[in-house]
Design a binder for this molecule. Structure first.
Ligand code: FEO
Length: 400
């Protein structure tokens, strides 16, 4: 058994990926695994919604055949072409009737052809289009760049059910599929991580889409995404969180990320943290080489200040810190201030390079880099403490 009825005649036919620890290649850590959620709607016409990642195709077929014969499926909705949901598409199509209709957005059709070739019965839909399948209706909302050009949502008005694919999802393999059966703090942490690491660059589009959906007056009492749990209790809560995260309104908070060779940069980091804490700022403190970059990014989503420290090695930044700098530029966080610090030996260079990278990420630097040579003496450490206090005051001033 693997299928699960989420509403009358509507089934979760997904798979849990308990063991995955990195998603998007090595780019996203998945400490709690993930799931690939597909759904089946049984009505006068039977509808399969989305699919699964390649290693799980056999399991997916087993789960699906618990609730339906492949030949009874009439429509196959592909809300999103990314392979974690569509890799099963060509194999599934081989099992379905020749006249099965593949429903997707215009970009979805292009993406499916680019991934899997042509020869399918496509029905391209756009926002406002509907298809009657019996006592229920399928309605579609395009969601381009949330987070691929092809992304769209399917909505079933009679069930007040939204099937938004990645949106409102999280990487979590959960035994129990509904939000109210899981620890809310874990769900919000994983949903925030997903937003911070994947959806941040599209925050403006998300705010517009939330407004559009509100104006369309869609009544929603269940959100069934393509990863993680299904929201039925805290539907308003997760929608509200998406609005909050997309606005990126920062807290009185600082994230310090550093690495160190002979502890000097670490001594500075510690003093800077104390200065911030003594001014009442919440501090998250990460030594990059023993920390998870995606967890750091999750903390950055609602921070005001990002403070990065590195020693200089061969005139450049300690390489462990470079991936985070790449992410900061790519993720395009808004409303952040920053500062840089580091110790060097006979020649500096790292702090200048970090400052340039932070400017490229549109982070406003509120201080000149705090730099020291070799091991910081007592007065240098006192200076680092004051550096932290000045950043704290800048945070509070900017957040007023
Ligand atoms: Fe879960 Fe964008 O794929």
């Amino acid at each position: 058994m693997g299928s699960f009825q989420i509403k009358e005649d509507i089934y979760w036919v997904g798979v849990r990926d308990w063991n995955i620890r990195y998603f998007h290649g090595p780019a996203y850590s998945t400490h709690r695994g993930t799931s690939y959620n597909a759904y089946l709607i049984k009505d006068e016409k039977n509808v399969l919604v989305d699919g699964v990642f390649k290693p799980f195709i056999d399991k997916f077929f087993d789960v699906l055949t618990e609730v339906i014969d492949f030949k009874e499926i009439d429509y196959y909705i592909v809300n999103h072409v990314e392979p974690d949901h569509s890799a099963s598409f060509p194999e599934t199509m081989k099992k379905l009737r020749d006249d099965v209709i593949v429903i997707c957005s215009e970009k979805g059709k292009e993406g499916l052809i680019e991934h899997y070739g042509n020869g399918y019965n496509f029905k391209v839909v756009k926002t406002g289009d509907t298809i009657k399948i019996g006592k229920r209706t399928l309605a579609f909302v395009e969601a381009p760049m949330l987070h691929w050009p092809d992304s769209m949502f399917t909505y079933v008005p009679e069930e007040k059910l939204l099937l938004p694919n990645d949106a409102f999802g999280m990487h979590l393999a959960a035994a129990k599929l509904f939000d109210d059966e899981n620890d809310e703090a874990v769900l919000m942490q994983e949903a925030k991580k997903y937003f911070a690491n994947i959806l941040t660059p599209f925050s403006g589009l998300i705010l517009n889409k939330l407004k559009e959906v509100t104006e369309m007056g869609l009544e929603i009492d269940m959100i069934a995404p393509s990863h993680g749990i299904i929201w039925r209790k805290n539907v308003a809560g997760i929608i509200g969180k998406y609005a909050e995260w997309a606005e990126m309104k920062p807290l009185d908070k600082a994230v310090i990320v550093y690495d160190t060779m002979w502890d000097s940069t670490e001594l500075l980091a510690d003093q800077i943290a104390d200065g911030l804490i003594d001014e009442g700022i919440d501090v998250k403190f990460f030594k990059q080489s023993i920390s998870d970059r995606n967890d750091i990014i999750t903390e950055i989503l609602d921070t005001k200040a990002i403070i990065i420290g590195s020693p200089t090695i061969n005139n450049v930044i300690l390489p462990e810190l470079v991936p985070l700098l790449e992410d900061l530029e790519g993720l395009r966080f808004k409303n952040k201030i920053g500062a840089v610090f580091g110790s060097h030996g006979w020649a500096g260079g790292a702090t200048k390079r970090i400052a340039e990278r932070m400017k490229a990420a549109r982070i406003d630097l509120v201080e000149e880099p705090f730099v020291t040579k070799y091991v910081p003496e007592k007065e240098v450490l006192a200076g680092a403490y004051e550096f932290g206090r000045r950043i704290a005051r800048a945070i509070k001033e900017a957040n007023q």
